[in-house]
Design a protein around this ligand. Sequence first.
Ligand SMILES: [Zn+2]
Length: 321
Amino acid sequence: MKATVMHGPGDVRIENVPDATMMEPTDALVVVTRAAICGSDLWPYRGYGEFGETGNRMGHEFIGIVEAVGAEVRTLKPGDLVAAPFAISDGTCVFCREGLHTSCVHGAWWGGTTQDGGQGEAVRVPYADGTLFPLPVGRDDALMPSLLTLTDVMATGHHAAVTARVGPGKIAAVVGDGAVGLCAVIAAKRLGAEQIILMGRQPDRLALGRAFGATDVVTARGDEAVEQVRQLTGGHGAHAVLECVGSGLSMRTALNVARPGGAIGRVGVPIAQDQPRLRVRRPMRNPSRMKVVVVQVRHQAIVQLIRPQPDHAPPAQVRDA
Ligand SMILES: [Zn+2]
């Protein structure tokens, strides 16, 4: 079958690879009908990442038709249309039951050197019952482009909003105007935020953000951006900060625009080496998204710890540990 393989920075090829085949009774075989490119695919494309000898299979956002299921698969049958989220999970372990599917004890990531990727003709899906979500529509439904966003980008923006405790009447600040940032704006509006400050620099994206519900836009960066958010929030900062970039600068900005008692939902893949140190003590089993979940929890505690001031005092600047 054909699949997308990245061999190095800027080197993406469509190649013939071994056909996807089922290996375990909990597997399903899915023929891919739609797939997307993630912002996180761009990091290795730009040179941040390691590559296997025969390259890395690509794609972790896909929709497809179930071709076959293993003997132990209970909830799916051939012919079902399914969406695959960006992580493999069994759906039954202690973390899956807590809604932390990216921390699944049997979890894995699509593509790379060990799994099929969504940017291919077919995919072997481990733990199919836990991993896949049946879609109650036809394969060419008009909603398909929107449904494809549920495999990562919209779900990630929503997760940022939930983790940052966006709710009715709250002030939300979204750091980053990429696809996840724009979905985070949609999510914040859905969850009832009264004021949504979108921080970014691309005019066309910011215009989309306003259409999606952003009430204010901040195009400055660094200290100037922090100051502008304070001015927009009566000097206090945002209740909910949705960090959707992953750079050290964006994380520092997120910390500095949070008000006392505020929470940060961090979903930007932390790729850069200049991250603020947050004393995350718990070992992380997996990079990137795993880190996201654990760090989010820590951030909530940290933001409250470092912000003991009453609401009327200006927030202190956060410095790297
Ligand atoms: Zn699990």
